[in-house]
Structure formats: C-alpha cells, structure tokens
Write a protein that binds this ligand. Structure first.
Ligand code: ADP
Length: 219
C-alpha cells in the first residue's frame, strides 16, 4: 500500500531529515513508528500526504508515485487519508458538529448525508452529547476523540496518527489507543508515531524504529 524506496529528504537549512529510508506498509497493517524528537517521523507523514517530496528515492501509494500525482490526483489521494495530531487542530470558533461537517463538505457530501453521518460518528467515539459544544468546552481526551471522529468520517484507507497521545494522561491515552485499534480492526491501515512507553508496552505490533533519519530496526 505504501512503499518508501530509498528515500532521502534533505532540507536546505539542516542535515537530512531522512537518509535512505525504505519500508513497505501493507493494507490493514498497524505499524508503530518510534524514535526521538527529530528522528524523522513527521517528515514521513508529510511525504505520505504529498505535502513534501523526497530529495531522492520515491514514496508510492498503491503503486503510484506520489511525487508524480497532478493536483487533482493529490486531492483525491489526500481524501483517502485521515490524520490526527498531538495538538488536535480543531477549529476553535466552530461547534463540534461544524468541525466534523467541514471535513465532509470539503469532499462535497450533501447536507442530508452530513446531518446523518456526524451524529453517527460522534456516537462511535462516545461524544454525541457534545455535538453543539465548542472545542474549548471539552477536555483534552474529548478533543482528541473529536479529531478521531473527523479523521474517520470519510472512511479513509489510511489513518496517520502523529503523537496522538502526547497531550493526554494515561487513561485518555489508553482510550484513544483503543479507538485507533478498533478502526484498524475495521480495515483501516494505521501508522502511529509515538514515544509513549505505556502505549508501546501495551501493543504488540510491527514497530519501525527511526534514529537520526534512518530505520534502525523493523520488527
Ligand atoms: P520527528 O517528527 O521525528 O520529531 P521531524 O520529521 O519533524 O522529526 O524532523 C526530522 C529532522 O528534520 C529534524 O532534524 C528537523 O529539525 C528537520 N526538519 C523538519 N522539518 C524541517 C524544515 N521544514 N526545515 C528544516 N529542517 C526541518
């Protein structure tokens, strides 16, 4: 599904963020990406989303080289990917309903479909009662569950989770992890970047370890 083939990503102002990185992720896999801050985890996500391109080597999604996609193909490509971040990235002046509806509007769903799907996905993450609240009225764990709802509402093929538990206490982190696992069980491929020790101890998945822009283990 995703193939990194000898990827180098160099920034003009720093040394290489990725140095000859190769790995493949299969459909429905759950892969954990670990490594210290600066190891290159976020760069991998940006390359998968086509927000940045390799300096050399290639990144492919279902056998298509992402750097060869035209603008329309790139939009189509990003629609297949849900993303959650450590800092939630919810729109502060919009209700929870609007935050999620926005993701569906962007893809052109009808109002009728949006009105049907938003309560449904909020139910899935256990927060239907917060539909008319604003993000600042929610706890960190609740905000992350909302961002999960937003990430999955368009039924992505792939979920990228970039340190999703970084701002959460252990209990909320475990809840988010459970949600991510459920989504994976339903067939979505997951790549989870984390350095949360409790999470790593509690899951038994393929783990790719990055250090200084290189894959140092994959098992
Ligand atoms: P991680 O997500 O593992 O913390 P990143 O992928 O964000 O690591 O960063 C990897 C390396 O690339 C770091 O040394 C970082 O400073 C550098 N880097 C990331 N983005 C940029 C950028 N836009 N310009 C210059 N250097 C960058």
């Amino acid at each position: 599904m995703i193939l990194f083939d000898r990827v180098v990503r160099r920034y003009p102002t720093s040394q290489s963020a990725l140095k000859d990185v190769s790995f493949e992720v299969l459909e429905k896999e759950f892969v954990t990406l670990i490594g210290h801050s600066g190891a290159g985890k976020s760069t991998i996500f940006k390359l998968i989303l086509g927000e940045e391109y390799p300096t050399s080597g290639s990144v492919s999604f279902f056998d298509q080289d992402i750097s060869e996609m035209d603008d329309d193909e790139l939009i189509e490509h990003r629609r297949k990917i849900g993303v959650i971040f450590q800092d939630f990235r919810l729109l502060p002046s919009r209700t929870i309903y609007e935050n999620i509806a926005f993701a569906m509007e962007a893809i052109g769903f009808s109002d009728k479909q949006i009105k049907h799907d938003v309560p449904y996905v909020l139910e899935l993450v256990g927060l239907k009662s917060k539909i008319w609240n604003f993000p600042n009225e929610l706890s960190g764990g609740e905000k992350q569950r909302i961002s999960m709802a937003r990430a999955i509402i368009n039924e992505p093929k792939l979920l990228l989770a970039d340190e999703p538990t970084g701002n959460l206490d252990d209990e909320n982190a475990a809840e988010i992890l459970n949600l991510i696992r459920q989504i994976n069980k339903l067939g979505t491929t997951v790549i989870l970047a984390t350095h949360n020790k409790n999470i790593l101890d509690s899951i038994n998945t393929r783990t790719i370890k990055l250090s200084d822009g290189k894959v140092i283990s994959d098992k």
